[in-house]
Design a protein around this ligand. Sequence first.
Ligand code: PMP
Length: 401
Amino acid sequence: MSATATLVTKSINHNLNFPIYLDHNATTPCDKCVVEAMLPYFTNDFGNAASMHGLHGWNAHKAVTQARETIASALGTTPENFIFTSGATESNNLAIRGIFQACAHEGKHIITSSIEHPATLATLRDLEQHGAVVSYIDPLPDGSFDMAKLAQLINEETILITVMYANNELGTINPIAEIAELAQEKDIYFMTDATQALGKVDIDLATCPIDILTCSAHKIYGPKGIGGLYLRKQHNKKNIEIKPQITGGSSEQGLRGGTLNVPGIVGFAKAVELAQQELRDETLQQLEALRNKLEAGLLELTNTQVNGMNVPRLPHVCNMSFRHTDGKKLLNLLKKDISVSTGSACSSSNLAPSHVLTALGLSDELAQATIRFSLGRQTTAAEIDYTLQKVKEVAVMTSQI
Ligand code: PMP
């Protein structure tokens, strides 16, 4: 490392809190307003929302009703189509397993993309043990969704198409309206995992024929352990009826037993409200400008590339590979100062290269020398300046050329 490079990072690290957090696709801090909205439901209004005979339960029930209305309205739907779960993993399980069971008499073919989150892929792999026939569509080399392949794969037995709204590693946004319309035309259920898109993309279920959508609060500055499932009551002329995967109670229209997490639900709704505001103000544009600055700066290095760069992308995500670089060393040297992910956050403790990057055609070595930066509401220009200099320094140190 050159002496000048050290001086650059030293000179811009005043007033920064370390480590700098650039891993918002893994999770986000709870917004203070979210915490404030939740607090009364831990103490004074602690009632069970299913026990409405007394005032305690009634107040909890009212809060849940209000929260459901807020979230449904933000998504362009009505409350009876939205149920609460413990998060997107549970929602994906409930929807995919539920549809597979409900449609057993119609067919066993499911189409998905090979770069879905493990919450989808592992569920489908498990269903394959029970007779499901799953087609996995690889992304095109630029990271975009292969519509032509989807059209080819649809057959008489196809019961479900499930394609994520935005990819958690690349930030690429899939052509959801186009896929939904094709599925509707072919009379096939269409599901999208919108965990990373919620709050970043304007989702309108009133105009886009999505049948099932899953989401989670902790990616949008809400609490962990709460998420949701949108289930359109009617698909073409059929009713959509799925079976619960967690039995033991009649809550959430009988689709999910268990006492409702009232503080979590209230916090989720507050987080959605704040995210809706951000879709209208300049926050996302400002984040995009910071992301672009980081990206452009790092692309000045000759051995860097941005994966998914030419596809519509979430404004706060940059997935960058460092060619001819010792990936492990690179990440180790950054760890103390900057929190980022390599591959997917959910699998970064396991050293297998990311299935998303290998599906794009990256070698195992290059996939392991890849960093996902995901900026957030509190990311500052000073943090990005520091990150840019620090990553440049470390990339030069770990270069194998
Ligand atoms: N789907 C996607 C696209 C995700 O990014 C995540 C979280 N990493 C999940 C599903 C799982 O969400 P949860 O943590 O709420 O179970």
